[in-house]
Design a protein around this ligand. Structure first.
Ligand code: BES
Ligand code: MN
Ligand code: ZN
Length: 512
């Protein structure tokens, strides 16, 4: 795959004043008049420029704000960027991540070659050096990301490469910081890969093409293998849900299986994890066709599956001592003479029959086969991730993914990973009252519920296919896309889920 901007991240023990870079980046809280001691020392060398800026009220440290000072040869850096971190007591790891992303985003816009981040100094002591390093590296990748592989006119910010350095004045912090930075860089790179694959349009990525991309990804990674079920194998295995959804398209469906086997044996009692991701390469709604407004965004309906794919790459690069299986059902949901129809009764892989009431509720049809397959493979814990329902977007907006589960422990683990990764989740119900709505009179289940609680009834439908296996469902509808460019992110795919899932898996094995 063409690397759009190559980001190279490292840690360096260096006196901030002596840090030679295009831009040195420091953080500033809105409510503390005093600068942290490293920035203060830097300001002394700058002749008090930072203090003057703050005193004049030109920079208040508010979130989403930043300002640039020129060093005029007083320090080794060409420029100093101050980033507002907001109120000190509210600062989280994601504050740092977003600040690093803002700096990297600006650096790309300004076509800089190098930036040095001293942001973590503002939060010293509040979080571990490893956690801060991870957040900074993830943020630097996130903010510098651009998608322009089909732009042929102009340079469109195409920069080639950006060198990002986490600058740490004290050597005793450096090791832990560096560990975090290198883990964060692995995750950041995986997330950028996810964004590029997801941003590619449906005429470029169809289910067979996604399978090919998975095979290519696996080729370069230690511990990963890839198996793909094509339409013949799907038929032989009786995966009726995946086949039904794919039946309207010229591009046949696939089930992509990416398996990670660690080089060292997992600790005793460590669960085998299945990650299941919805990869509808385009969701027109099928015969129950969607309105045309914003239908183009349905190329991102493969985001869950791609998040799983990229997470598998990160897991392999991190060498986590854990068995993880990525299962990615992929189909294109189109209307045609061969499409599945409302009223059809589909026999799924589990043997359960489903009455189709709306062909636009296709995600659950490909997921139900795959969840049942994961159970059959004896996976201990299953997490699925999918752009599943508009209802989840109505409920939570673009700020949090819906989280439904049959295990309070798994909910707690995913919430912790969400806090640490800045990919936020909100626990929603999926119990019996919701399952009741999914019963059909002429089949075992129906594929849509009533008018209300659509995110929960969808989850309750999926729940019927995992039996007693520990399971969680992440509904990421609305989280997959950033409609507008922000101060820290390009518009388009967000790669949501890569940081959350990888952080969850790292926590399982105690990797910092
Ligand atoms: N992929 C959509 C959900 C979606 C909508 C994701 C908007 C991102 C933005 C999903 O396949 C879908 O169409 N769901 C239907 C379900 C309904 C027919 C029960 C929906 O939410 O309207
Ligand atoms: Mn749909
Ligand atoms: Zn869909």
């Amino acid at each position: 795959m063409k690397q759009i901007i190559k980001v190279d991240i490292s840690t360096r023990t260096v006196d901030l004043a002596k840090c030679k870079t295009d831009m040195l980046v420091a953080g500033c809280f809105s409510d503390s008049a005093v600068l942290d001691k490293t920035v203060k020392a830097l300001d002394n060398k700058l002749g008090g420029g930072i203090r003057r800026l703050i005193k004049l009220g030109d920079f208040k440290g508010a979130p989403k704000t930043s300002t640039i000072l020129y060093s005029n040869g007083r320090i080794a850096a060409q420029r100093v960027m101050l980033i507002g971190l907001g109120e000190q007591r509210k600062a989280e790891l994601d504050t740092l991540r977003k600040a690093a992303a803002t700096a990297a985003n600006q650096a790309v816009n300004m076509k800089l070659k190098s930036v040095s981040l001293a942001l973590h100094k503002a939060l010293d002591g509040k979080f571990t050096a490893a956690a801060m390093g991870k957040a900074l590296a993830e943020g630097a990748h996130f903010g510098s990301y651009r998608y322009d592989e089909f732009v042929t006119q102009g340079d469109n910010g195409r920069l080639g490469s950006l060198k990002v350095e986490v600058a740490e004045p004290e050597s005793k912090q450096a090791r832990a910081l560096n560990q975090g930075v290198s883990n964060g860089a692995v995750i950041g790179r995986a997330q950028s890969l996810a964004r590029t694959l997801a941003n590619r349009p449906a005429n470029v990525i169809n289910p067979p093409a996604l399978a090919k991309a998975a095979r290519e990804m696996v080729r370069g990674s230690k511990g990963l293998t890839c198996t793909v079920f094509d339409e013949k194998q799907l038929k032989a295995k009786k995966m009726g849900g995946i086949l039904a959804v794919g039946s309207g398209s010229q591009s046949a469906p696939r089930l992509i299986i990416v398996k990670y086997t660690p080089s060292s044996k997992p600790a005793k009692g460590m669960p085998t994890i299945a990650l299941v991701g919805k990869a509808i390469t385009f969701d027109s709604g099928g015969i129950s066709i969607k309105p045309s407004a914003d239908m183009d965004q349905m190329k991102l309906d493969k985001s869950g599956g791609i998040a799983v794919l990229a997470t598998m790459k990160a897991v392999a690069e991190l060498g986590l001592p854990l068995n993880v299986c990525g299962l990615i059902p992929s189909a294109e949901n189109l209307p045609s003479g061969s499409s599945y129809r409302p009223g059809d009764i589909v026999t799924t892989f589990s043997g359960k029959t489903v009455e189709i009431l709306n062909t636009d509720a296709e995600g659950r049809m490909i997921l139900c086969d795959t969840l049942a397959y994961a159970v059959k493979q004896k996976c201990d814990t299953i997490i699925d991730i999918a752009t599943l329902t508009g209802a989840c977007m109505v409920a939570l907006g673009n700020y949090k993914a819906g989280l439904m589960s049959n295990s309070d422990d798994l909910v707690a683990q995913l919430r912790k990973a969400a806090d640490e990764s800045g990919e936020s989740v909100w626990h929603l119900p999926s119990g019996d009252e919701y399952a009741e709505e999914m019963k059909s009179k002429i089949a075992d289940l129906r594929n849509t519920g009533g008018r209300w609680g659509g995110a929960c009834t969808a989850a309750a439908f999926l729940r019927q296919f995992v039996g007693e296996t520990t399971w969680a469902h992440l509904d990421i509808a609305g989280m997959d896309i950033s409609q507008k460019a922000t101060e820290y992110a390009a518009c388009g795919s967000t790669g949501f889920g890569v940081r959350l899932l990888t952080t969850y898996l790292m926590n399982l094995v105690g990797k910092k």
